[in-house]
Design a protein around this ligand. Sequence first.
Ligand code: SPV
Ligand code: MG
Length: 568
Amino acid sequence: MKSPVPGNRDGQRDLGKPGLVNSGSAPSDTTPLRAAKLRRLIESPELAFLMEAHNGLSAKIVEEAGFEAIWASGLSISASLGVRDSNEASWTQILEVLEFMCDATQIPILVDGDTGYGNFNNMRRLVRKLEQRNIAGVCIEDKIFPKTNSFLGGATQPLADINEFCGRIQAGKDEQISRDFVIVARVEAFIAGWGLREALKRAQAYHEAGADAILIHSARNNPGEILSFMEEWGDRAPVVIVPTKYYATPTDTFRDAGISTVIWANHMMRTCITAMQDTVRQIFQDQSLVNVEDRVAGLAEVFRLQGAPELAEAEKRYLPERAKHTRAIILAAAQGLEMAELTTDRPKAMVHVSGRPILSHIVQAYRDIGVKDIKVVRGYKKEAVVLAGVEFFDNDEAARTSEAFSLSTAISALEGRCLVCYGDVLFRKFIPQVLMELDDDFSIIVDTNWKESRNRARYADYVTCSEAYSRATTFNRTTLVSVSNDLDPGAIHGEWMGFLHVSEKGAEILRKALERIVANPEAKEKMDMGGLMRALIEEGHEIRVLYTTGNWLDIDSVEDVVFGNSFQ
Ligand code: SPV
Ligand code: MG
């Protein structure tokens, strides 16, 4: 019979966050709590059940079903990795899987540690690493590394020397930090055909070496070996069984025999195989999804299991408010003729800088500062503009139309706070961030370092402002007076960096302006962003100016691409 639980740990509370998958939070050290739970289960007088899982998802499903602990099966993990249960997956690869399983759950995990992956020394390192990953216990079997599954020619497998195996158990017990970490010793004497006497001898030795429980394994299709063992063993230590082969035995038989814990060892993995084979066969045969759609989990269920609702909640807490409600509209329709053959098959925005398209740097920068709602206007070679997680608008007349017209193709997206920018400008993240902080209807950022770019004889939008940059302008409200490529040098206060931030009201004004522009053939063909801003000023709208110096790079030439490679 099972012995009662030593000590009363009922007061202990698991401080982990329940039910989160990939919460992104720092891993909390729940090892002692999980180990205490596993120990309670194994030592309690009630028959306990451990259910197999082999990855984060299956572990989560096992937990949701109500199981109080998980068996991280070596057979199932190796099968799910597509390899044999013969230590083909390295123990550190198994650890990686275990980490996902722990992150996905709060209940204890008993790991199938095979032979301990070597001798006593490997065993103690294994225990240390398992504890570091919040694993509650490990089961090791008295075989020799590399092992083979017990149901595959079990009788031919050599057993470990008893004393040597006891050393593995002792080393593990000496190594564990949490007092409750559980080490189960698995006796393979029946599997190897060595009989009851040997099984008892080994179990007793392992018990004396410090094992917290004995797993007695049998490959028979009836529980005869197990029941004969239990009769002799009595309640010397908790006994764990794996009735994979004698599955038809009523569970009460195990209860009556005084068994501590039943492991349902591989049915999550086997159910996956059957379901996957059925589904794939059907899809292959039908060349269609129609006959399987209703038989497979819906995407909503996938997202729920992944913890998507928690992430949405976390975004509310952690993402900057402004960024959350700001939409970026990136103009990426132009070919960029000045870049020669670099843009024969793609627009300038898709030219690679530091190993990836300029546009991908821009999108990543927005995401990093919390702007998730990103629209991109494509035009020239639009099929070459591929990027996940953004919405595209197309200017199919890009070769004959203006920047303002490109922006008008995204007019339906000009709603609420928006940041309009170019698809060929690299920038430091503080630039859109400072603009997003402003409440003006229109605001831009201007580089005081315009003379340098003038020396490079490139196209630039020079600006005249209500006040030239000085230390005082930091505190004064500066506005845009004019913007043009050919301003008199004496009137230039800086260079527009290509960002236009609009408030909700600004977006409304801009939409109306764009509607007028689209209706005007000349403006449709020629009006660039500078012209659009001039039109806004003429209509009496103020465009707020913030000065800064440098920290951006518009890619206008092959030389810029090379330069851009060092822009971090
Ligand atoms: C496992 O699940 O990997 C086990 C149990 O070790 S058994 O497959 O029965 O050997
Ligand atoms: Mg195994």
